[in-house]
Design a protein around this ligand. Structure first.
Ligand SMILES: Cc1cc2nc3c(=O)[nH]c(=O)nc-3n(C[C@H](O)[C@H](O)[C@H](O)COP(=O)(O)OP(=O)(O)OC[C@H]3O[C@@H](n4cnc5c(N)ncnc54)[C@H](O)[C@@H]3O)c2cc1C
Length: 458
């Protein structure tokens, strides 16, 4: 297949991935004497920090995504191809995609990360993840679908498992989604499901480490725990989920939490693309780069953002996988590519940490700024809202998000609770009959409904 890219007198920079890093780099190269070719398997940029709000019905999926072609309308040196990159062939300066081969003069890998299930096959098969818009929509539908099922069952064990939600991973995503689910339990579910006893519904946040929000300050760790406990979230620290089978999340060989809803937010790996020598791919699948984001051993291949493993003196385990790191690396690489073309030496990257934050619920967020400045509560919440609103891509998205948030705030409601999954007669009828029968047997185990239509993570 021909990718129909025009021939240019300028060198071609191929950027794989239009997340935070790829998007910023392509924009910053708008006046550079290069042809910019962006390849992404999705035709939109996805604002991942707000995925959990889509998953819990607080925001529409469309308000956290933006079409790539629209972002770059009018940028003359920009070309986009929607494709899945399958392999890099550096010896031919080519990437192999499902729509054909694309030649590059400079290659920038900005492919982000993938959920890390630590090789636990039962989790990979049955847990829900939250890395893409289809994941988030699926999660929302699945939880509401399970509530519909909980209304129908006569079996108390099954009802409990259908209503329990286990979130694994006490980082920002796990904390934020647990808080949001607890608000949903308080404000939304009692209105929609008056027939169910919501006291029964447990939201359990499981974390392998000794505290929540590991990389944040002690103050933020304690405050977020306090906020979640006030909302009725059960927190189990120093606990790992070892496997997830038959609606049971096992935290030891024999002990388990019954749940049909297990959300896995316990870690990510770099999304390295095959074709690079294995010795330059770190254990967490991030690609080793130097201080200019140049991939070890290559003159014209770079990696930025989550997929880049840049080790510094103060961060020997690599820079954190955060949007500002991705954007700052993209900014510098845009300058460095021009410097390289002009025969000048590139500059070294230095991460400027502007702070980190996590929201727990309405009026409650924790914020850590440089120089040991911490704040939380209402002011932290306002700061979180402001920063996220400003960083969303597209004016329409900012307005829609603002309206959705204002609506939720003043009505204590989340308007978005449609179940949008393909209707399955098996899920709703036949399987229900089968499950009820299984619950009446001496060993009350039942087979879970497949939790998610697994889509390639983006
Ligand atoms: C739920 C969640 C919440 C988060 N919250 C925060 C937060 O509050 N603050 C913060 O700073 N960071 C947060 N992060 C992390 C942040 O989103 C990442 O650090 C950031 O997205 C990294 O940018 P990136 O460009 O490296 O990768 P991404 O944004 O992941 O973009 C990668 C792109 O590459 C494309 N791609 C991947 N492989 C291929 C392929 N083979 N072929 C074609 N296209 C491909 C994907 O479709 C995607 O568009 C969060 C992440 C998640 C998942």
């Amino acid at each position: 297949m021909d990718t129909n890219l025009p021939v240019s007198k300028n060198p071609r920079v191929v950027i794989v991935g239009c997340g935070f890093a790829g998007l910023r780099l392509a924009k910053e190269l708008r006046h550079a004497p290069v042809q910019v070719v962006v390849i992404d398997r999705n035709n939109y940029h996805n604002f991942q920090p707000l995925l959990y709000q889509v998953a819990t019905g607080a925001l529409e999926a469309d308000s956290i995504a933006y079409p790539i072609r629209k972002i770059f309308a009018g940028q003359e040196n920009f070309f986009y191809r929607m494709a899945d990159v399958q392999r890099v062939e550096p010896e031919r300066n080519t990437v192999v995609t499902h729509i054909g081969d694309i030649h590059y003069d400079y290659l920038v890998l900005a492919t982000g990360s993938l959920t890390n299930f630590f090789g636990i096959e039962s989790l990979e098969r049955n847990a829900m993840q939250i890395k893409s818009i289809p994941n988030a929509l699926n999660l929302r539908s699945f939880i509401f679908q399970n509530f519909e099922k909980a209304l129908l069952t006569e079996n108390p064990d099954e009802r409990q498992a259908l209503m329990n939600i286990v979130v694994v991973g006490g980082g920002p995503t796990g904390v934020e989604i647990s808080g949001s689910l607890a608000e949903m339990r308080k404000h939304v579910l009692p209105k929609d499901y008056p027939e169910l006893d919501l006291q029964q519904m447990q939201i359990i946040l499981v974390e392998a480490g000794a505290e929540l929000l590991g990389p944040m300050s002690k103050k933020s760790q304690q405050k977020s725990k306090e906020y979640l406990e006030e909302l009725g979230v059960q927190i189990r620290l120093n606990t790992s989920i070892k496997r997830y089978e038959n609606c049971r999340a096992y935290y030891s060989e024999t002990e388990f939490i019954p749940t049909e809803n297990l959300i896995w937010a316990a870690g990510v790996n770099g999304a390295a693309i095959p074709g690079l020598p294995p010795e330059i791919v770190a254990r967490n699948k991030r690609i080793n780069v130097n201080q200019w984001n140049r991939v070890e051993g290559f003159e014209n291949v770079f990696a930025i953002g989550d997929v880049a493993n840049m080790v510094t003196e103060d961060m020997p385990r690599g820079l954190p996988m955060l949007a500002p790191v991705a954007q700052q690396q993209a900014d510098l690489l845009a300058k460095n590519l021009v410097r390289i073309l002009q025969g000048q030496a590139p500059e070294n990257f230095k991460y400027l940490n502007k702070g980190v934050m996590a929201i727990v619920s309405r009026n409650k967020a924790v914020v850590d700024l440089p120089k040991d400045v911490h704040f939380n509560g209402f002011f932290g919440w306002l700061t979180w809202l402001f920063v996220h609103l400003m960083t969303l891509v597209g004016f329409r998205n900012k307005i829609v998000a603002f309206i959705d948030w204002a609506f939720s705030y003043f009505n204590s409601d989340q308007a978005l609770r449609l179940i949008i999954r393909p209707f399955s007669r098996r899920d709703v009828k036949d399987d229900r009959g089968k499950k009820a029968a299984e619950h009446q047997t001496a060993t009350p185990e039942y087979i879970p409904t497949p939790p998610a239509i697994q889509t390639p993570v983006g």
